[in-house]
Ligand binder design. Structure first.
Ligand code: AMP
Length: 176
């Protein structure tokens, strides 16, 4: 087994001073680490009986797309407003300054679907919470939330407390 944390590059002061950016591109460049990540996420999807994957633009697509293909289940993109061409359902959410929104095609999710929501990293949990709400608004069930990395020193669990969350790598401080 590969120590996946060793495959993540930490870049201080990106995209702004004080933030340590956790860069997954160094993991993606190591095929065995990428495979191991997808295998672990695949086992989780199986345990949660997920029948569709929703992944969040854009780094979520790198994991969600490969995972859906491996599992032989549908892949559904959750995108920033104005990117999806057909009719969509939208969920707005608050950022530190201002707000943002996320959209999914209306016909991509059906009531009763068991959705696994995938992203690369959980920081505040705000984006994932918005996608969970969107999936529920469409009548589907959130089977689980999977991300490669979580920042455990940020209280994202408050936002996602009603969901089952799976991550592979956890950071307990910005300095780690
Ligand atoms: P949040 O909604 O706060 O959980 O932000 C999640 C999104 O922001 C993820 O999709 C990440 O791609 C990105 N993000 C936030 N903080 C970091 C970080 N320290 N390193 C890399 N990506 C980050």
């Amino acid at each position: 087994m590969i120590d996946l944390k060793k495959c993540i590059r930490s870049v201080p002061d990106f995209p702004k001073k004080g933030i340590v950016f956790r860069d997954i591109t160094t993991l993606l460049a190591q095929p065995q680490a990428y495979q191991q990540t997808l295998e672990e996420m695949g086992k989780y999807a199986h345990r949660r009986k997920a029948d569709k994957i929703v992944a969040i633009e854009s780094r979520g697509f790198i994991f969600g797309g490969a995972l859906a293909e491996n599992l032989g289940i549908p892949f559904i993109p959750a995108r920033k407003p104005g990117k999806l061409p057909a009719p969509t359902v939208k969920q707005e959410y608050q950022l530190e300054y201002g707000s943002d929104a996320i959209e999914i095609h209306v016909d991509a999710i059906k009531p009763g679907d068991h959705i696994l929501i995938v992203d690369d990293l959980i920081a505040t949990g705000g984006t994932l919470e918005a996608v969970c709400k969107l999936v529920e608004k469409m009548g589907a069930h959130v089977a689980g939330v999977a991300a490669v990395i979580d920042l455990a020193f940020i209280p994202w669990r408050d936002k996602l407390k009603t969901y089952d969350v799976f991550t592979l790598i956890s950071y307990n401080s910005e300095a780690e």
